[in-house]
Ligand binder design. Structure first.
Ligand code: FES
Length: 108
């Protein structure tokens, strides 16, 4: 068992950047994306309250269903797609390996 996973961020159509994330630090995807230089405000600090960490899951392993709090926040955003998730609510675990996400414009 490896202690890191690879997540891919689609920065433009057919342009994906690999992000390596440790699985043993209880990090959220939002924290990993911020640490990788992505401009995510995360003004609520990961409490599912600000929506600025909105991502769209494009491919990869199935994730746990969003909590009621996450769903309520997502539904309040101007744009919500089938793959919409709050990256602060996604824990980095081995199961995430191969996940592909796209950052949604902040405020949407
Ligand atoms: S950081 Fe605020 S909702 Fe995720």
């Amino acid at each position: 068992m490896t202690d890191e996973v690879r997540v891919y961020v689609e920065e433009a159509p057919s342009q994906r950047r690999e992000v390596v994330a440790p699985t043993d630090m209880a990090l959220s995807l939002m924290e990993v994306l911020k640490a990788s230089g992505y401009d995510i405000q995360a003004t609520c600090g990961g409490m599912a309250l600000c929506g600025t960490c909105h991502v769209e899951v494009l491919a990869g392993p199935a994730l746990d269903e969003p909590s009621d709090d996450e769903l309520a926040m997502l539904e309040s955003l101007p744009v919500m797609t089938q793959g919409s998730r709050l990256s602060c609510q996604i824990r980095i675990t081995n199961r995430l390996d191969g996940l592909v996400v796209r950052l949604m414009p902040q405020g949407t």
